[in-house]
Design a protein around this ligand. Structure first.
Ligand SMILES: *[C@@H]1O[C@H](CO)[C@@H](O)[C@H](O)[C@H]1NC(C)=O
Ligand SMILES: *[C@@H]1O[C@H](CO)[C@@H](O)[C@H](O)[C@H]1NC(C)=O
Ligand SMILES: *[C@@H]1O[C@H](CO)[C@@H](O)[C@H](O)[C@H]1NC(C)=O
Ligand SMILES: *[C@@H]1O[C@H](CO)[C@@H](O)[C@H](O)[C@H]1NC(C)=O
Ligand SMILES: *[C@@H]1O[C@H](CO)[C@@H](O)[C@H](O)[C@H]1NC(C)=O
Ligand SMILES: *[C@@H]1O[C@H](CO)[C@@H](O)[C@H](O)[C@H]1NC(C)=O
Ligand SMILES: *[C@@H]1O[C@H](CO)[C@@H](O)[C@H](O)[C@H]1NC(C)=O
Ligand SMILES: *[C@@H]1O[C@H](CO)[C@@H](O)[C@H](O)[C@H]1NC(C)=O
Length: 663
């Protein structure tokens, strides 16, 4: 008995000694073949209006931000850019303009996605482009709320966007999606493929269709569909897919992922996703929603992006750790490289974390992450193990990697305690590989890249100017923008405003509300087109604008708009509306449930007039042409204490706005 106990104790201690001091070892090998093709890491601009404020940055700051995102061997060095195909309706943080507001309208100069794609291509000619619609202009639905009411029409609409990209911007769209996070339609997918082929767009591949299970079943059951769908795209997979999806044999992407606040903790979520989407789910491309947080903080999903740039007036931007987490993979690999096989370069670490290995046939890149799992902020739960301990790790390089004698090393350590800053993307001394083997120690929340690649650079610019509040007083006559672009700092939440020519020399260019049909929405569209501006914490304001409306039209000024994004449709706020029938009304919300004041006003459709809304010390007054129309005490009317300023139209009607002034 005693002897056995002693033996157990002895072997126990020996085991503990060995496991404490020896390293856990893993094979990295190309013997017996490789894994799946790596397709890259992307960012998503849109879904919706997430890049709205970026385009209005002054140089050099705007180019610097674009460099941090797209420039190879500099920052995130993204290899894919996914954009929204504007659909004239709210798609999370705003609306994006359609290339066809009506069936006989077509224009490829609207919005900023064309510009963004060209800037990305300028920096990285190999970057892949991917388009996806969220919403559609009303005519597409032909009286329904579906883009599949007439699939010929919708296929033509989508393909015109792809062709417009080529004809007007020399941009090749590599991938096209179906309908963001909404039902797909099999005849639509097939007709889209067939028509793409007929119009010489064989190279534009279909990614379908956000709903993993249903599309996997459809692909299993339908061989034609299996051919038509190049990539199964899944959103927020939490790093896993089911065997059923794997058994389709299709390429699988996490075509929208992350959605986490971009502080250090968010960067940790992103590091884990980038490795484990392949380790657990065989997903070969991961796309961050969103690319760059260029929307007001008071809109939904504040700063859930690879970096933040939402102060065009100051030039301030924030290169967050998510950029450097991305660089650990993108700066040392290219789409087209292959993952190694599971168990031979791709697996979990025994004491928490994971690693993946990539090769182009010659070079080897290994990315190791040991993110702790105790921060519940990540968008989705993850597979166990959840505990991560410091560990000594040995990699045994075999096959054609056995001859490697040294590897370049880049490392990051994320810290969440606020005491010390994270240390990101630091080039370390190269590590010697002895007889195909090397050992290193890794603690929790660290990332290492070991690579034969000699690339890798932590790009930097001088710090941008300091953050500043929205400037006041503020005015804009809209005369200095390109036609069809959007005015600085306005963030459309329903309807779309474009810079247009008023054909009146006293007004020149103006902001025109151009959506005159209730859209086929992604989230239910507000009853009224509305474009917000400024600081959400403003309480008192003096806002004025010149307006021209049509017969059966109207216009409004509003303040203290509480909610934007999809919630704008029920937002409270003070709405001062003027109608073409020469009446005005004041409401405490955009859905016009409670009328606080109403009366007659001297306006004529087709003639310019000035509107003004003054809110001071909880008293609101409205004027048209300088004449006082109402005065209200706000405390008892359910009006929020603060919120956005906005212009708008009561219904989906034409109107122009000029000479906007804020104090
Ligand atoms: C639109 O709907 C109307 C009536 O429902 C129908 O007659 C018409 O053919 C449809 N148009 C298209 C293009 O589908
Ligand atoms: C269009 O882009 C291709 C590269 O994608 C380039 O080779 C070509 O010169 C461009 N054409 C024009 C007219 O800019
Ligand atoms: C999926 O496949 C793996 C590997 O073949 C197997 O270990 C696992 O049990 C399967 N899971 C399910 C739910 O069938
Ligand atoms: C790693 O190895 C070193 C040297 O053998 C040893 O001192 C250390 O305790 C080990 N660390 C861990 C976490 O096992
Ligand atoms: C791949 O390896 C070769 C030879 O070591 C090197 O010259 C080249 O720069 C590497 N490629 C990349 C992308 O790092
Ligand atoms: C201004 O003139 C252009 C060109 O004739 C026309 O397309 C546009 O509708 C006109 N705008 C207004 C507001 O009349
Ligand atoms: C042009 O605008 C001015 C100023 O609003 C207005 O007085 C004038 O009537 C307009 N001209 C026409 C032709 O509408
Ligand atoms: C004027 O138009 C508004 C909006 O359509 C409507 O609510 C109101 O009843 C009309 N007023 C009169 C007097 O026709």
């Amino acid at each position: 008995m005693g002897k056995t106990r002693l033996q157990i104790l002895f072997f126990g201690l020996l085991f503990e000694f060995i496991s404490r001091h020896s390293a856990l070892s893993y094979v990295v090998s190309d013997v017996g073949g490789l894994g799946r093709r790596y397709d890259g890491i992307g960012g998503l601009s849109g879904g919706g209006a997430t890049s709205r404020l970026l385009v209005n940055y002054l140089e050099p700051y705007r180019s610097e931000i674009l460099d941090y995102l797209f420039k190879p061997n500099f920052g995130a060095s993204l290899t894919l850019l996914k954009v929204e195909i504007g659909g004239d309706s709210q798609s999370t943080d705003g609306t994006e303009s359609s290339h066809m507001h009506t069936s006989d309208d077509e224009n490829y100069q609207r919005g900023y996605e064309w510009w963004l794609m060209k800037e990305a291509k300028k920096r990285n000619p190999n970057i892949k482009l991917y388009g996806l619609p969220w919403a559609f202009p009303g005519w597409i639905g032909n009286g329904t709320q579906s883009p599949y009411a007439n699939i010929d029409v919708t296929v033509d609409y989508i393909i015109r966007w792809i062709q417009g990209a080529k004809t007007h911007h020399n941009l090749t769209i590599d991938y096209i999606g179906i309908w963001n996070e909404r039902p797909f339609n099999l005849p639509y997918i097939k007709l889209l493929r067939k028509t793409l082929d007929q119009r010489g767009l064989k190279g534009t591949l279909i990614v379908a269709a956000d709903n993993l299970e249903l599309i996997s079943i459809a692909i299993h059951n339908d061989r034609e569909l299996a051919k038509d769908v190049a990539v199964i795209g899944v959103h927020y997979p939490g790093t896993t897919v089911t065997n059923y999806t794997l058994e389709t044999g299709k390429t699988i992407w996490s075509s929208e992922d992350f959605s986490t606040f971009n502080d250090d903790i968010g960067a940790g979520c992103w590091a884990r996703i980038l490795n484990q989407n392949y380790v657990n789910g065989m997903m070969t491309c991961t796309i961050s929603w969103n690319l760059v947080a260029s929307y007001y903080d008071a809109l939904p999903y504040k700063r859930t992006a690879l970096m933040t740039a939402n102060e065009p007036w100051s030039g301030y931007y924030d290169v967050t750790d998510t950029i450097w987490v991305t660089a650990h993979t993108t700066q040392f690999s290219q789409p087209g490289w292959m993952y190694l096989r599971h168990g031979a370069g791709v697996q979990h670490l025994d004491k928490g974390g994971s690693f993946v290995s990539l090769t182009d046939g010659t070079n080897l890149t290994i990315i190791v992450e040991t993110m702790t799992h105790d921060h519940s902020v990540c968008i989705r739960p993850y597979l166990p193990p959840y505990d991560v301990a410091a560990q000594n790790v040995t990699f045994n390089l075999q096959g054609s990697f056995a001859k490697i004698s040294t590897l370049n090393v880049w490392s990051s350590k994320l810290r969440f305690d606020g005491q010390q800053p994270s240390s990101m993307f630091v080039k370390k001394k190269p590590i010697k590989v002895v007889k195909g083997s090397f050992t290193f120690t890794i603690g929790p929340d660290e990332i290492y890249t070991f690579t034969t690649s000699v690339m890798g650079r932590k790009g930097s610019y001088q710090a941008p100017p300091p953050s500043k509040p929205f400037p006041l007083p503020y005015s804009d006559n809209f005369d200095n923008y390109p036609l069809y672009s959007e005015a600085s700092n306005f963030a459309d939440q329903a309807g779309v405003w474009e810079i247009r020519d008023s054909n009146n020399s006293s007004h020149k260019y103006v902001m025109e509300q151009v959506v005159t049909d209730y859209p086929v929405y992604w989230c239910e569209a507000a009853r009224s087109p509305v474009s917000v501006i400024g600081k959400h914490s403003w309480r008192d304001i003096n806002v004025a604008v010149d307006v021209i409306i049509g017969a059966n039209g109207g216009a409004f000024l509003a303040h203290r708009i509480k909610s934007g994004g999809c919630q704008v449709r029920h937002s409270l706020g003070l709405f001062f509306m003027v109608y073409s029938n020469a009446t005005f009304s004041v409401y405490n919300g955009i859905d016009r449930q409670v009328c606080l004041s109403t009366g007659k006003v001297n306006v004529n459709p087709g003639s310019w007039f000035n509107m003004q809304l003054l809110i001071k010390d909880n008293e609101a007054s409205g004027f048209v042409g300088g004449k006082l129309l109402f005065s209200l005490q706000l405390e008892k009317d359910g009006i929020p204490n603060i919120g956005f300023v906005a212009i708008g139209t009561p219904d989906y009607t034409w109107a122009q706005f000029d000479n906007f002034k804020l104090e």
